[in-house]
Design a protein around this ligand. Structure first.
Ligand code: SF4
Length: 711
């Protein structure tokens, strides 16, 4: 089923007595910020959302860093009758909205609206303290709890560690007496994941408020009740996906959904639809269920777990292109039969059951194992299966995930609500259609290049000879709306650009003279180029690497050949590293994929972003490989349809680390010559980036960095 135009959009609140519209609310919100000024892109976005609210047409909005996009969608959202749901990909944005933007907006619009708008945050059940679990945790089986006995091979915990965790557990019990929300994010200092797991409840294992002895006081239930009453509900893509896929109805019914960081939505939905079998999980569920089962039934579960461990040891890591190997098929068959027998033996939970919580926990895990085993045995064309074996051997698993979630999104997301999807990275290669299709919207096939696109390619090509703005051919620098709108049935798009003057603020330098990267790690020539650039500026460099090995080599090189402080991801916690990078002006921060999106350092601590190679998916990323193979099998190009768009999103996110504020200046250096030389995808990738000044001349890049270093 494809997305269809909703008959009518969300009902705007009636303008009784001159009730304010989105523009007025936005003006009030902006006016309340000291030094706040109207931003054209922000206004354009708010107006487009108001039109969508009126028409019911879904909207994709690309809004660059600095647009102020959260106020641009929150202000018109307040004109809708009934709750509006805002979904984010990261906890950081969720916190930014709830702790900063929404209280500020509520203060600012209260006099205009005549009432204070309300908002609530909605997280997964496991984010809240579970009173039933806390009550049960003292009685749980030893290996389920914090007090594992040491096991051969070092699986257990030593006494001091157990004592530390025990103290954390006691602190949680004390906190349970005083917290109003039970929300883990409000617990300061926090506790280890393991401790939290002993005091929280995954949604599938919850018995439900009506059967739970603590249902009346349940923190998760209270958060849902608050969400039902709020004007704006802030949630995350994972919860939205689970709600959509499992039909849990946690998210209150709503007519307007704003998906922020929308470039992440398809991946989050895919993760929510992913399932896996792990020997340890089977073992744990067998122990949990044992008190409810006859010994021979519990033993069958243990045998299935052992069979899976053997099958995983034999199978190589990676995608199972020829179906399940015999040993893994056998393990899934055993597990399917064993879980069914166990579920039948446990039976239904009766109204007067003395221990419904524990029974539900056992049933939920068994049910999930059973469903996953059956799904793997089915080997459906729409699923991809692979064996996961991390290099450190910590955890082996048999994993299954959907080949695509576009159909799922098309079926579940659009019919009942108007969707506004926004991000700084929605137009890939200068078009919205790739992302629209990934989000389940019907998009027209790519048209022949427009004169503007042709001019853009020419401008990009001109970079070989010298310098030019990469995506600004007419001398205009403020990047308002450089991407043409695309439309499909029931949706339209808009690029509101960015208030940043990219062509003046930044340079995109591609080291086109370097050999095409071939070996893994950091090639010697790329290392020398990195040293020259970092040396010219004097540190202040964020290094985004495609592999841990390359990041390590770069750190060793810069440490050995300069006196600059180098922070390397993995050597300390990421928030601490980012804080040091921000505060220690000459420092360099080097790391891998999580840094490509997670670093926001405005000012002169980050004036050079170095990218070692184009971030195409690696061959060992099973989902991307399977998706590309499926396109190839259909006669298309999997590389063009799958790998290039993935690289475009990642590259745009990485490049976007440089300019975070209007006063920022700097250089993005890409040490992968293919961005300039690859005729097919090079221009596509360049068009996916902000319109920096573009050069392939090392002397120009170094000269700019030297000037910045002296400023
Ligand atoms: S309703 Fe579920 S989450 Fe809430 S206390 Fe009971 S078992 Fe825990």
């Amino acid at each position: 089923m494809t997305a269809s135009r909703t008959a009518t959009g969300p009902v705007p609140k009636k303008r009784r007595g001159g009730r304010p519209g989105g523009g007025e609310l936005l003006a009030a919100a902006v006016g309340a910020v000291p030094g706040g000024a109207a931003r054209p892109g922000q206004q354009q976005m708010a107006e487009a959302i108001e039109r969508s609210i009126a028409s019911g047409e879904h909207l994709l909005v690309q809004a660059g860093t600095g647009t102020g996009k959260s106020l641009a969608y929150l202000a018109p959202a307040l004109t809708v009758d009934g709750p509006v749901v805002v979904s984010t990909a990261t906890l950081a944005l969720q916190s930014q909205l709830v702790d900063h933007d929404l209280p500020r907006l509520a203060d600012a619009v209260e006099p205009v609206l005549g009432r204070r708008p309300t908002f609530a945050v909605l997280k997964g059940r496991h984010h809240y303290l579970c009173l039933a679990r806390l009550d049960n945790s003292v009685e749980e089986e030893p290996e389920d709890t914090l007090f594992d006995a040491p096991r051969p091979g070092g699986g257990g915990k030593w006494l001091g560690e157990a004592g530390r965790l025990g103290k954390q557990m006691q602190r949680l019990r004390d906190w349970a007496e005083e917290t109003a929300t039970g929300d883990r994010d409000e617990l300061d200092p926090g506790v280890d994941d393991q401790v939290w797991r002993s005091a929280s409840m995954p949604a599938r294992e919850c018995v439900g408020a009506t059967r739970c002895p603590f249902g009346q006081e349940c923190f998760a239930e209270a958060s849902r009740a608050r969400a039902r009453e709020a004007d704006i509900v802030v949630t995350n893509h994972s919860l939205l996906a689970v709600d959509m896929l499992a039909g849990r109805h946690i998210v209150p019914p709503h007519k307007l959904l704003v998906v922020d960081e929308a470039h992440e939505l398809a991946d989050r939905v895919s993760s929510a639809a992913q399932a896996e079998l792990e020997p340890q999980l089977i073992d744990r569920s067998a122990r949990r269920a044992r008190p409810l089962l006859r010994p021979e039934v519990a033993e069958r579960l243990t045998e299935a777990g052992d069979a899976l461990a053997v099958g995983l040891a034999e199978a190589p890591a990676g995608r199972l292109t020829n179906g399940l190997p015999p040993a893994l098929r056998e393990a899934c068959t055993l597990l399917d039969a064993a879980t069914r027998a166990a579920l039948e033996a446990i039976g239904d939970i009766k109204a007067d059951d003395p221990d419904p919580v524990r029974k539900q926990q056992a049933k939920a895990v068994l049910d999930e194992l059973s469903t996953t085993a059956q799904r793997l045995l089915e080997e459906a064309d729409h699923d991809v299966a692979w064996v996961e074996k991390p290099e450190n051997g910590s955890r082996r698993a048999l994993v299954v995930a959907p080949l695509s979630v576009a159909g799922t999104l098309a079926t579940h997301l659009y019919d009942e609500r108007t969707v506004v999807a926004t991000s700084a990275t929605l137009a890939l290669g200068g078009r919205f259609d790739t992302v629209a299709r990934a989000l389940g919207l019907e998009a027209p096939p790519p048209a022949p290049p427009s004169p503007a696109a042709a001019a853009l390619a020419t401008a990009a090509a001109a970079g070989r000879a010298g310098t030019t703005p990469v995506a600004s051919t007419d001398g205009s620098r403020a990047a308002i709306g450089t991407v043409p709108a695309t439309e499909g049935p029931g949706w339209t798009s808009l690029d509101v650009g960015s208030p940043f003057d990219y062509a003046r603020q930044g340079i995109l330098y591609v080291a086109a003279h370097l050999p095409r990267p071939s070996v893994s790690g950091l090639p010697e020539a790329a290392g020398e180029e990195l040293l020259a650039l970092v040396g010219a500026l004097g540190g202040r460099t964020l290094g985004l690497f495609s592999s841990r090995r390359a990041a390590q080599q770069a750190a060793e090189l810069v440490r050995a050949r300069t006196d600059l402080p180098v922070l390397l991801q993995g050597e300390e916690s990421l928030p601490l590293l980012v804080r040091r990078f921000r505060e220690e002006r000459e420092s360099c921060l080097f790391g891998v994929m999580s840094l490509w999106q997670g670093v926001d350092v405005p000012g002169d601590s980050c004036q050079l972003v170095v990218i070692d190679r184009l971030p195409f998916p690696r061959p060992d990323e099973p989902l991307a490989a399977a998706r590309a193979a499926a396109v190839d099998a259909g006669g298309g190009s999997g590389f063009a349809a799958v790998s290039v768009p993935i690289a475009a999103v990642r590259l745009a996110q990485g490049v976007g680390r440089l300019i975070r504020a209007t006063g920022d200046r700097g250089v993005v250096a890409v040490l992968d010559s293919r961005l300039e030389t690859a005729r097919g995808y090079g221009p596509f990738l360049r068009r996916s980036l902000p319109p920096f000044w573009y050069t392939t001349r090392p002397d120009v890049a170094r000269g700019a960095l030297e000037r910045l270093g002296k400023s």
